[in-house]
Design a protein around this ligand. Structure first.
Ligand code: FAD
Length: 456
């Protein structure tokens, strides 16, 4: 990693210049931080999931200027990937270009399409590479790192632009269906790895193309084997997969060989062979995205070490100006979109609180200063789609599953309509309300946030 050096820093801060907030990564965590920060800066506030300081509509004297850098040109609903990359009518739906989101067209919000390569916390400068490969620098007063985990196609898009993504999606679906979505009798797709991603892809393929044979192969004796969840839940998900028509093979590793006729031979550890038209590998784990940061702020799993306020720990200079949200940080429970969304909101509260405090006169009494929101640790909770059914679990409410649970929890598009509605985002081109029937109500529970359970 090359650190931008101190003298590279552009635009030293003056008393009258706006507070510059840089958000790196703009999906659940990043976008939630932006939406909340912009509302605060406009003297508004939404009901926070975790109560924070009451700013009473106070506006920053210097104002707030938000810059976003993301490798993608839009907000992608990773939760919906198993549907987007299986059913063509959902591919474009799950990627909302930033330039098409009405509420993000604001004079104090700028999007930059590119990849951050390194952060120098001492100089408060990020070095990033734009789409043409040109290196640029971005100075900031506050930083939010929301870069998630680096996941693999088809769990998430492999391209950074909407147009390229559409092409990738189309060609992947053709490999599943053989190119003709109406004639797939006799085809077989084998999915290796029964973690959440493999399970959801298996369920969606079977739901959308019932005539395609779907085999899900897993090396352990239970699906979801690496998740810290009750055994009974894992058995139930295994049963649901079978109810949906998926052939589940447990306790077997698989070897894949591509045949000269374009098909694949899958050899199981027990010697059994399956001929597949297409194989999806969902065994690969998400990788850290934190090589852009000094090692001093990371734990041994390369996650950012943060306080309960989401502020970086004091292992780097200017740590009070650096925040991390979502999958990229060290936190309790299972890494989830809902959790990232809640964190984005809390980081916005805490940065805005810092901004207002920094503008108080030195003589201001302590009672005028705003406090920080501290998030509690949370339990492992899950909401998983299995074809037309869904299973939800949290320690307080236990296991719930079935078709009705699916409708209430995920709606028709794996929670995307509800999630956009919760964030208050609308698309200029593809108004979600028109395209798809809305879930009955927009609550945090429907985007998988479940404030009660994560607070437990
Ligand atoms: C198939 C699938 C199904 C899932 N199902 C569920 C579910 O049902 N419920 C649930 O709660 N969670 C689910 N998850 C997990 C959920 O998607 C993640 O927890 C969530 O995406 C984390 O949000 P985030 O904002 O932290 O990061 P991400 O959503 O990963 O976003 C990170 C952003 O940062 C950008 N980025 C990364 N590196 C850089 C860089 N160096 N420079 C610039 N930009 C960068 C990326 O382009 C991306 O836009 C699922 C995940 C997958 C893959």
């Amino acid at each position: 990693m090359r650190m931008p050096n101190l003298t590279d820093a552009i635009g030293g801060m003056s008393l009258s210049s706006p507070n510059r907030v840089l958000v790196v990564g703009c999906a659940y965590g990043g976008i939630s931080a932006i939406v909340n920060l912009l509302e605060y800066s406009n003297g508004k506030a939404r009901q926070p999931v975790y109560p924070g300081p009451d700013f009473k509509g106070a506006k920053s004297r210097r104002g707030v200027e938000v810059t976003v850098i993301d490798e993608r040109d839009g907000y992608f609903h990773s939760v919906g990937a198993p549907l987007a990359h299986v059913a063509s009518e959902y591919t474009s739906h799950m990627w909302k270009r930033f330039s098409h989101l009405n509420e993000l067209k604001q004079p104090n919000l700028t999007f930059k399409h590119g990849s951050v390569k390194s952060i120098n916390p001492e100089a408060k400068v990020a070095e990033w590479s734009d789409r043409s490969g040109k290196t640029q620098q971005q100075a900031y007063d506050y930083l939010i790192v929301a870069t998630g985990l680096k996941r693999h196609w088809p769990a998430v898009p492999k391209s950074g632009s909407y147009e390229e993504y559409l092409r990738d999606g189309k060609s992947f679906i053709e490999k599943i269906t053989g190119g003709d979505e109406s004639k797939h009798e006799g085809r077989r797709v084998v999915i290796i790895g029964a973690g959440a991603v493999g399970i959801e892809f298996a369920g969606e393929i079977k739901q959308y193309y019932p005539k395609i044979g779907v085999t899900l192969v897993h090396s352990r004796d239970q699906v979801l084997s690496s998740e810290p969840l009750p055994s009974e839940l894992k058995d139930r998900v295994g049963t649901m997969l079978k109810e949906e028509g998926v052939d589940v093979v447990l306790g077997n590793r698989a070897k894949i060989e591509e045949l000269s006729n374009g098909k694949f031979e899958v050899t199981l550890a027990n010697g059994e062979k399956i001929t597949a038209d297409f194989v999806i590998d969902s065994t690969r784990k998400g990788m850290p995205t934190t090589d852009i940061l000094p090692e001093a702020c990371l734990n041994e799993d390369k996650e950012i070490k943060v306080h309960n306020s989401l502020m970086f720990k004091d292992t780097i200079p200017n740590h009070t100006s650096h925040f991390g949200v979502g999958d990229v940080i060290q936190w309790s429970g299972i890494k989830r979109a809902g959790s990232a969304t809640v964190m984005g909101q809390a980081a916005a509260q805490n940065i805005y609180s810092s901004i207002l405090n920094s503008e108080l006169p030195e003589t201001a009494p302590e009672s005028d200063r705003h406090g920080q929101t501290e998030l509690p640790s949370w339990d492992a909770v899950i909401g998983i789609a299995v074809g037309k059914q869904c299973l939800t679990y949290d320690p307080k409410n236990g296991i719930k599953y079935g078709v009705e649970v699916m409708q209430n929890y995920f709606g028709k598009d794996l929670g995307w309509t509800a999630s956009l509605k919760y964030m208050g985002l609308t698309d200029t081109i593809d108004p979600v309300e028109v395209e798809l029937k809305e879930p009955e109500a927009t609550k945090l529970t429907e985007v998988g946030i479940k404030p009660v359970s994560i607070a437990a």
